[in-house]
Write a protein that binds this ligand. Structure first.
Ligand code: ZN
Length: 298
């Protein structure tokens, strides 16, 4: 696997109203770490994502940035509930309260989770927003779009002044993202394409300079995989296939160490196809099976 990653500086002013501060939490899932962004040309900033919990390196970077620019945070916008995006919120609160001349506590805004409880922030309340909520500060108008798939509560933010997009974990600067629901995820990619951003600021990895092309490739890659799955199921009719049989059809000479990951990915695709009534699934002798539904989809 390719582990060479683009270097991302821990702190970088990217445009007149966007400063990136790296979460200082590099790892297998977080790549170079979580990208957090301070937004606004004036002293009142919005913070997009707050990194993970207990990361003193990140907190001191954030603190010194605020000090040097004589600014404060009025609102933290969380792209989704994963701990590497929201976990740092209580620490950021503590840091802001200890800061001289600090103002009222910032709001913590996100879309609500529907199926499970929120990541606990202790006694800090969430401010739940609706689709297309607009956040403003000097030099920045950010519109939130509901884009589930990576997680059920995911949002992306379109910065109207730049025609740029903060994509959270829906589009990464490198590698591929994991997801909860592929069907929702594909729809969310369409939402991003329709916004036609000129630049993507991802939740992990470097900036995406040609986002439309990049997102189209994400979609193409998934569609190719889907058509491989469909044709393997079609060819097997009237028989149904179990997961390892589908895997053998789709990933021809895959190293055994990657079988589990491949099957996980196949299940995401199969769930989507079942949801869309292209494929049916049932249990037979304690094994899950899938069969192509031999009728035109509506
Ligand atoms: Zn995530």
């Amino acid at each position: 696997m390719n582990t060479v990653r683009t270097h991302i500086p821990k702190f970088q002013k990217l445009t007149s109203c966007v400063t990136r501060i790296l979460g200082c939490n590099p790892g297998h899932m977080t790549l170079q770490g979580t990208n957090t962004y301070l937004i606004g040309t004036g002293p009142r900033k919005l913070l997009i994502d707050a990194g993970e919990e207990n990361n003193s390196e990140y907190l001191s970077l954030l603190q010194s940035t605020l000090k040097e620019t004589n600014s404060y945070i009025s609102e933290i916008i969380v792209t989704h509930w994963h701990h590497d995006h929201v976990g740092g919120v209580p620490d950021v609160f503590k840091m802001l309260l200890n800061q001289e001349g600090s103002v009222a506590e910032p709001k913590v805004s996100k879309f609500p989770r529907m199926k499970a409880p929120e990541f606990s922030l202790g006694n800090i309340p969430y401010n739940f927003i609706k689709d297309q909520h607009v956040f403003t500060t000097d030099g920045a108008t950010l519109r939130a779009y509901y884009t589930p798939g990576h997680s059920e509560d995911h949002l992306v933010l379109f910065l109207e002044e730049e025609n740029s997009l903060f994509s959270g974990d829906t589009v990464l600067g490198e590698g591929t993202t994991v997801m909860e629901d592929l069907s929702d995820y594909m729809k969310s990619l369409e939402v991003i394409l329709n916004l036609n951003p000129k630049l993507i600021y991802p939740g992990h990895g470097p900036l995406v300079e040609e986002p439309v092309e990049y997102v189209k490739n994400y979609i193409k890659h998934r569609e190719l995989r889907e058509s491989q799955i469909i044709s393997s199921l079609k060819e097997s009719l009237p028989k149904s296939l179990n997961l390892s049989e589908i895997r053998t059809h789709v990933y021809k000479d895959l190293n055994e160490s990657l079988h589990t990951a491949a099957e996980k990915n196949l299940v995401l695709h199969l769930d989507k196809l079942v949801k869309e009534n292209v494929v049916e699934t049932y249990e037979e002798n304690a094994a899950q099976k899938w069969r192509f539904l031999n009728r035109p989809s509506l």
